[in-house]
Design a protein around this ligand. Structure first.
Ligand code: UD1
Length: 366
């Protein structure tokens, strides 16, 4: 029996842990799984709503960390998590993605000699100004089992000198959640509530510090997005970071005068419903680049780089950066093309069975 502490901290972690936890529960003779929630994200809409939507039990341990500077947040997670590891004595700690909770918990375990499995290993944007890139590189360098979502992850880890026997291509576990929940998401009334017509609106998310923390960059993006919104309404569930910048920079009127509609962050099922019926997604999120690939929805990524190049290769994702002209040009191209992503492909092993392969890998390595 393998005891595993599964770590969640921020919004993009919940849909990755849910299928892994469910698979461990299903294989109860092999696994004893617990969920530890660091509380990096704590708002009802950024956290609890996801537990409900994903049918996850309440976390076994809640650390209640909340927001702070990167150093304080990371350090607080480490301080609170260490006694939990000492008390629970897990065989493995499983971390996902690239948020501060990922590196903080991995670092604690590396010093205590507890084995670390990193799900979504090997992704690289090659942009060390991104806090997530630092979290990825450091977490991968101290993990014992590196579970990659796509072959580029294996290649990156090889280049960094990580031995092949620690690395396993398992596919994308976020897509397990996506496939499992699409049917439930159909019951959401979000499009009726927002008065939307199928395939006649765009869905947008924006929260990277590099896009929203500097007034000039954010303003340039908003100019381009306002123009696009004259051709197609844009629904914009705003992350708390983004909502506070909009207030601080005085952009509320500008948005109110466009056809961009700001709404509160949505739950998982509402967002899936919104995204899967949209004509186009505009985003700086990592997860949305992947979900749109699996859904064959065109996606414009408002970043200069991506750690998920496979989504571009497959034909759904276009990297447009933050240049307003380029963003408009690519958006108009998609709007004018009938079924832009019709020839897009699905990456290997993005098949809804990644959680099974993750559990198999844990057993094989134990
Ligand atoms: C974090 C992750 C990022 C991920 C994103 C998804 C890191 C370094 N970054 O960024 O990789 O894509 O989550 O959402 O871990 N806030 C709230 N309520 C909440 C959570 C945050 O109001 O429930 C506010 C905080 O006060 C803070 C801001 O949002 O000012 C940013 O939160 P933080 O956790 O620092 O990072 P994110 O930008 O959310």
């Amino acid at each position: 029996m393998i005891k595993v502490l599964n770590i969640v901290g921020a919004r993009p972690n919940f849909m990755k842990i849910a299928p892994i936890y469910a698979e461990m529960k299903r294989r109860e003779s092999e696994f004893l799984p617990l969920i530890v929630h660091t509380g990096q994200h704590y708002d009802e809409k950024m956290s609890d709503a996801f537990f409900n939507d994903l049918g996850m039990l309440k976390p076994d341990v809640y650390l209640g960390i909340g927001s702070a500077s990167h150093a304080v947040q990371t350090a607080k997670i480490m301080l609170e998590f260490e006694p939990i590891v000492l008390k629970e004595k897990p065989d493995w700690v499983l971390v996902v993605g690239d948020v501060n909770s990922t590196i903080a918990c991995a670092l604690v375990c590396s010093k205590l000699g507890v084995k670390i499995a990193h799900v979504e290993a090997g992704l690289r944007s090659w942009d060390r100004d991104m806090p997530e890139e630092i979290n990825r590189i450091l977490t991968d360098s101290i993990s014992d089992l590196l579970l990659t979502p796509s072959p580029d992850g294996n290649e990156n880890l090889k280049k960094e000198g990580i031995p092949d026997e620690k690395v396993k291509l398992v596919g994308n576990v976020m897509i397990d959640s996506l496939f499992r929940n699409l049917e439930f998401a159909k019951k959401s009334n979000i499009r009726e509530e927002l008065g939307l017509i199928d395939k006649d609106y765009a869905a947008m998310t924006l929260h990277r510090p590099s896009n929203v923390d500097e007034r000039e960059t954010f303003e340039g993006l908003l100019d381009a997005l306002s123009e696009i919104s004259q051709k197609i309404p844009i629904i914009f569930p705003a992350h708390p970071r983004t909502a506070s910048r909009i207030k601080e920079f005085g952009f509320s009127d500008r948005i109110a005068n466009s056809n961009i509609k700001i709404v509160e962050p949505l739950g998982y099922l509402d967002f899936l419903n919104l995204m899967s019926n949209s004509k186009l997604v505009l985003t700086d999120s990592g997860g949305l680049q992947e979900e749109t690939t699996a859904l064959k929805i065109p996606c414009l990524t408002l970043r200069e780089n991506t750690e998920r190049p496979i989504t571009i290769e497959m034909g759904t994702n276009v990297l447009v950066g933050t240049n307003p002209e380029k963003i408009k040009q690519e958006a108009f191209k998609i709007l004018e093309t009938e079924d832009f992503a019709k020839d897009a492909k699905n990456p290997p092993l993005w098949d809804g069975k990644t959680a099974e392969r993750i559990c198999d890998a844990l057993i094989e390595t134990s």
